[in-house]
Design a protein around this ligand. Structure first.
Ligand SMILES: [Zn+2]
Length: 187
């Protein structure tokens, strides 16, 4: 698995979701899940499916749809518009994953998919998102607003106002752009 985390890693299991989101770059069109074999390799390495699981072309489409839906959910924080298609995709996915509530060995309640293979793997990722939504860390997993970026990063800034991943100096590029735009009339 290529480590698509960068220098602003999300805490704990949410890091797995961060890597999942960064398996694509919506702006450049890069996609690490462009075949069943690639998706399988990623999910096996993330220990979300056993190496004996079969992964079909339809799984690739489903994984990409869930990934895009999560990205849109994060982006909707900025414009305040919840994408109903994204919500539908996630709801369909939780149904195919057969999510159930179970009590772990420590007596702690958890969400768990009953479905095997890719359906279950996506359910496990969604369960991490649900946990992150309840402990508040989800709000700090952000999509870089830098031009040509769309990198998922974890915002550790004090007031949680970070908008850029910084790995490609996105913030500086954006500031230079707005500086040029502000000062254009002087030229
Ligand atoms: Zn960026």
């Amino acid at each position: 698995m290529t480590d698509r985390i960068g220098d602003k890693p999300a805490p704990g299991r949410l890091r797995l979701v961060q890597g999942f989101l960064n398996s694509t770059n919506t702006k450049s069109g890069r996609d690490d899940f462009s075949s069943p074999a690639e998706l399988k390799a990623w999910l096996v390495e993330a220990q979300l499916i056993p190496s004996t699981a079969t992964v079909a072309e339809s799984d690739v489409l489903q994984a990409a749809a869930v990934r895009d839906a999560l990205i849109r959910l994060i982006e909707s924080r900025t414009d305040g518009k919840i994408d109903s298609n994204a919500v539908d995709v996630l709801n369909r996915s939780t149904r195919s994953a057969q999510m159930c509530v179970s009590f772990g060995s420590e007596g702690r309640v958890q969400l768990e998919p009953l479905a095997p293979a890719v359906d279950g793997a996506l359910g496990k990722l969604i369960a991490i998102v649900v946990d992150a939504m309840s402990d508040g860390t989800w709000e700090n997993l952000k999509i870089c607003r830098g031009f040509d970026c769309s990198w998922a990063f974890y915002d550790r800034s004090k007031n949680h106002s970070g908008a850029w991943c910084d790995i490609n100096d996105c913030g500086n590029v954006a500031k230079a752009r707005s500086y040029r735009a502000r000062h254009a009339h002087h030229n």
